[in-house]
Design a protein around this ligand. Structure first.
Ligand code: SF4
Length: 374
């Protein structure tokens, strides 16, 4: 398949792996930011091709995984309200709240619907004028333009029974939070290509300079990742701390400017809680003042609902590169895709889900991981 097969060529992958081995003279720890990259690395065994000096750790770039328990509880509260149609992407339905998830609400008779676009939720609202329709807007900068467009369209066409539960987070403040931690061991980042497709990569340049860290905007196929690793290791070996673009077939330095303008029109930047990490200043979006009437937290009076994060799930450590999924004591035993303790085990971009799906058989003899199918 064009644009896929040529990025999964085994001989080319081995050539990149040899090139990385040739230039590596010391230990380096790199973090792939995006959960989609994590899944590609684990699925295709990209990390197994690297020299032992190069360690890949998994970053916070799974939007479902970083959504705090508080937002899940707010979603459950709204979805349980009689008469509400609650719309979400499918990934969110199995994320555990304190005692139940959205799928349970649906099984109990709640009108919880999976949609494939936020504009679908606006259409549902238009078709059901006597009902409140809420869209659960979870994501990074990548999905912000589509969500902004949904609110913009609802405002423009007078769809007043539509609202949005916003849980949008931003990558650059998360990278700064990771780098500011005294326990951080990250020396280079493979930045998420799709985020940069929207935002460009100028925001990363001051981070590279301030923390003397190498950043390579990287795609999602095995050869993309290997080339990204090569470029990152080369920078580190040369003593450079720059932003480079491996994913040039999709990313421009300034990104998608009209999409950015729409996002700035509809959203404002606010502090956000990240699951397992805590609050990071200026790290997310909320609806801007002219669009606050579409804010589901205000409409349903739940803005003040606060919930403590569970202590059993250590996904925060995993998403800061401080441990790997199989090092969690609950991995594959008390926590499986059928009985998840954290979002990282059920999200299609979650690191724990990737390890369970692709590595549980090789991990099973070491720590008693169950081999039950996904
Ligand atoms: S294995 Fe389960 S409990 Fe452990 S970090 Fe992953 S999601 Fe959380």
């Amino acid at each position: 398949m064009r644009f896929i097969d040529e990025y999964r060529d085994a001989a080319a992958a081995e050539r990149y792996a040899r090139a990385i081995r040739r230039i590596t003279t010391r230990s380096w720890t790199l973090m792939e930011v995006c959960g989609g990259q994590t899944h590609a690395i684990v699925k295709f065994g990209v990390d197994a091709l690297l020299p032992p000096e190069v360690t890949l750790v998994h970053g916070p770039g799974c939007p479902v995984c970083v959504t705090p328990l508080e937002l899940i509880e707010k979603a459950i509260e709204i979805a349980s309200t009689p008469g509400v149609i609650f719309c979400s992407f499918g990934d969110m339905l199995r994320v555990p709240g304190r005692t139940k998830d959205l799928l349970t609400i649906k099984s109990e008779g709640g009108d919880v619907r999976i949609v494939y676009s936020p504009l679908d939720a606006v259409a549902i609202a238009r078709d059901n004028p006597s009902r409140q329709v809420v869209f659960f807007a979870v994501g990074f900068e990548t999905t912000a333009p589509a969500n902004a467009m949904a609110v913009f369209q609802a405002a423009r066409t007078g769809v007043t029974n539509f609202s949005m539960l916003v849980s949008h987070v931003l990558v650059p403040p998360a990278l700064e939070a990771i780098l500011s931690s005294p326990s951080s061991r990250v020396q280079g980042f493979l930045a998420a290509g799709h985020v940069c497709t929207i935002m460009g990569y100028t925001e990363y340049e001051p981070i590279a300079a301030k923390y003397h860290v190498s950043i390579v905007v990287t795609g999602f196929e095995p050869l993309d990742i290997l080339q990204g690793v090569y470029m990152c290791v080369k920078q580190l070996e040369d003593g450079r701390a720059e932003v480079e673009n491996q994913y040039a077939r999709a990313v421009r330095r300034d990104g998608n400017v009209p999409a950015q303008q729409l996002v700035r029109e509809v959203f404002r930047i606010v502090p956000r809680k990240w699951r397992g990490v805590g609050e990071i200043p200026q790290s997310g979006f909320a609806l801007a003042a002219p669009y606050e009437q579409f804010d589901a937290e205000i409409r349903f009076g739940i803005a003040a609902l606060g919930v403590d994060e569970p202590t059993e799930c250590c996904s925060g450590q995993i998403m800061q590169g401080l441990m790997k999924p199989h090092e969690c004591p609950a991995f594959g035993t008390r926590c499986t895709p059928d009985h998840p303790l954290g979002a990282t085990m059920v999200s299609s971009e979650g690191a724990c889900a990737a390890y369970f799906r692709y590595r549980r058989l090789e991990l099973a003899p070491q720590n008693g991981v169950t081999s039950r199918a996904h």
